[in-house]
Write a new protein. Sequence first.
Length: 146
Amino acid sequence: MPFTAVDPDYVARVRDSFSRQRVMQTLGAEITRIEPGEVEIVLPFRADLTQQHGFLHAGIVTTILDSALGYAAYSLMPPGHAVLTVELKINLLAPAKGDRLVAVGRVVRTGRTLTVCQGEGWMERADGHEQVAMMTATMIGLPDRE
């Protein structure tokens, strides 16, 4: 379902907020696409983010997806609002090993306070890509906060 951003400067606002997320800087993630109600975040594979079997740690996959869904919701909020996750569910579908994780978050429905989102995580490799996770989350918009 296509959405329209209420803030004409939503892209700059999303990028500014993302740049202040120290965890995304620490992990080396970047936003690669911002549309009204849809955001893509990419994380290059790094050995220091893996668990004991050499796969990206489930917590890392969850963190990146959570941010993609949160920023998808944030892209539809008016200026002066903040967004926080109030609930999430993740399904880990396959081990996350490849060249980079691509997380796409999409808004499913917006309300006065809560926004429901869904997203997928894909590992890209030289021989193709594989879906490794899917997430559903509820985000809350908090007015009068930056």
